[in-house]
Write a protein that binds this ligand. Structure first.
Ligand code: SER
Length: 570
């Protein structure tokens, strides 16, 4: 049995012997990178060096980087997903290239970790209009004995690496084709390495970091770089031929404290508390904003699962187990215990009440009167096979906020506790989109629905025909133009009739009180709305329409994202 700790050390030693300098992990909350909330991959702190800046420690580097992927919160529960993980990484900054990398990583996998070569599969970039098929990688894999039927070809969705998807790479962002290695845990499913059934698990990614996004496409970077990343938890699972990262020594001590049984719920609890411990130990505190919001969400989700399993919210044994797994990273257990128990003391009462009242009280009342987070109600509903109508919830909420604000009674307790920075940005983006649709398609367009999650916005509107790709580009272009103009978003209190007379848009005008709030974005958009909104449009990020479809007779639906900071890929 090889432990995660041994594998981490073997990897660092292996590449140090090959001329690499071992560098320490940077914090999970990046210190000097305003473009992203968390360090989500080993390459993230390396970006300036991949783009050409000389690294003070040379051209060959190796590390084990702590990573947190907020976008994977919902995926945790299966055998392979975790929000916190370590990524083993080695880099060539314009030094060695494909041949050395593939030969070395093959040697590391098959000799150091003794992985059975017959269980290893690889994928290679199939080529597109901008970047050719990676025949060179194919030839190297074959020279190492990889059989033809173990080599798979995929396009930009699977075999291109950048912090965002190929289509959404911001100008200046580095990226390149990659070649991934998968471990076959066996099983009867007749599938391919990228199948999600659990038979195959990606254990490493060799990125040939050779391109930079420009205004008009891509240009080659001045130097060809290697960026390798391999998840330590997955490599440990493969080295022990057990297809569950939660059965490795990097999780099992936590699972034991939780009673020893591996289930989706115990996996979620173990992962979320582990991630929270790391974030708090680095100095982050739970809050309603940015990184703190994700931390709060992790702790609350873990608490709900613990309650459902009949556990009390006693985290200290779990915290001790986590500190014992990671003595090389974690520092202040007393402080972590203090912050988590403080957060849980606040949440405990809300949680007890919410769980008791779930079947008796509407999600809105749970939120408004008991402060029960709407995401958690949504999740508990999902577990019961019920669908929470988020649109209806948001609309009640909006008019309620207006009412309580105009009445000045300050009775509304829920505040913005479910409004992350991201949803606020999407909220303002929705106003820009609404106005753009009316300008490009005509004033017959009116809002028929809206739904915002932290991943995307969805907007329904009246229009008889499918949009053409040209119209989609024009709409996107206009929204981005208004974002670039950095227009101030102003909140006004005014009489509803007066606002409507001035041309303010309103989804359900009759739902708003006589004196209401109006959000005005320069001369471009004006809508009756309860907010919240960003203060200036440049805070929204780059707007992109990802899908347009029918949502019923005479109604179209748009899905869009605003990528600022760039979203890391799964
Ligand atoms: N950048 C690649 C990844 O994160 C390899 O390090 O998967």
């Amino acid at each position: 049995m090889l432990t995660g700790t041994q594998i981490r050390q073997k990897y660092l030693d292996f590449f140090t012997k090959r001329g690499h300098v071992a560098i320490p992990s940077v914090p999970l909350v990046p210190e000097n990178d305003p473009t992203t909330l968390f360090t989500g991959s080993g390459m993230q702190p390396m970006i300036p060096y991949l783009l050409g800046q000389p690294h003070p420690l040379g051209v060959r580097l190796v590390d084990s980087q702590k990573c947190f992927r907020a976008q994977d919160i919902e995926e945790v529960g299966d055998n392979r997903h975790d929000t916190f993980f370590e990524m083993l990484g080695n880099w060539s900054l314009g030094d060695y290239f494909k041949e050395e990398q593939l030969i070395w990583i093959w040697e590391f996998f098959t000799e150091e970790l003794s992985l059975d070569p017959k269980r290893l599969y690889v994928s290679v970039f199939e080529g597109n209009a901008e970047v050719p098929k990676d025949q060179e990688a194919v030839n190297i894999w074959k020279s190492l004995g990889v059989a033809d039927d173990h080599i798979y070809f995929y396009g930009v969705k699977k075999n291109w690496w950048a912090r965002s998807s190929f289509e959404n790479m911001p100008v200046g962002e580095p990226g390149g084709p990659d070649s991934e290695v998968f471990y076959d845990f066996g099983g009867s499913h007749d599938c391919h390495p990228n199948c999600d059934c659990g038979r195959f698990m990606e254990i490493g990614n060799n990125v040939f970091m050779t391109y930079k996004k420009t205004d008009s496409g891509f240009e080659p970077l001045a130097k060809k770089n290697i960026d390798f990343g391999g998840g330590l938890e997955r490599l440990t699972a493969a080295a022990n031929n057990g297809p569950d990262i939660f059965k490795t020594d990097l999780f099992m001590p936590i699972i034991k404290v939780l009673g020893g049984e591996i289930s989706p719920a115990t996996r979620i609890i173990a992962d979320h508390i582990k991630a929270s411990v790391f974030l708090i130990d680095e100095g982050l505190l739970p809050s309603n904003k940015a990184q703190g919001y994700f931390l709060r969400r992790l702790l609350r989700r873990a608490a709900v699962k613990m309650k459902q399993l009949g556990m009390n919210l006693e985290f200290s044994k779990v915290i001790t187990a986590i500190f014992e797994i990671y003595p090389m990273y974690l520092k202040n257990m007393a402080n972590v215990n203090l912050e988590i128990s403080r957060e849980m003391a606040n949440f405990q009462k809300t949680l007890d009440q919410g769980l008791k009242l779930l079947d008796k009280v509407s999600p809105f009342d749970l939120f408004q009167s008991y402060g029960f987070p709407i995401e958690i109600t949504e999740e508990l509903y999902k577990q019961k096979g019920l669908n929470l109508d988020r649109e209806a919830f948001d609309l009640q909420l909006k008019s309620h906020r207006d009412l309580s604000r105009t009445a000045g009674k300050g009775m509304f307790k829920g505040g913005l506790q479910d409004s992350s920075e991201i949803t606020t940005r999407y909220h303002t983006a929705t106003h820009l989109l609404h106005a753009a649709l009316r300008k490009i398609l005509g004033s017959h367009v009116s809002q028929k629905g809206s739904n915002i999650t932290s991943e995307r916005l969805r907007f329904d509107f009246s229009h008889p025909d499918k949009l053409t790709s040209e119209q989609i580009l024009q709409i996107e272009g206009l929204v981005n133009q208004k974002i670039n103009e950095d227009i101030e978003v102003n909140k006004l209190e005014m009489k509803k009739d007066e606002a409507l007379k001035m041309g303010a848009l309103a989804f359900f005008p009759e739902k708003y009180p006589d004196v209401t709030t109006v959000y005005k974005i320069g001369d471009y958009s004006m809508e009756l709305c309860g907010g919240p909104h960003v203060t200036s449009t440049s805070e929204i990020g780059r707007f992109k329409i990802n899908r347009e479809e029918s949502a019923g007779a005479g109604i179209r639906r748009i899905y869009a994202t605003a990528l600022f900071p760039p979203q890391t890929k799964e």
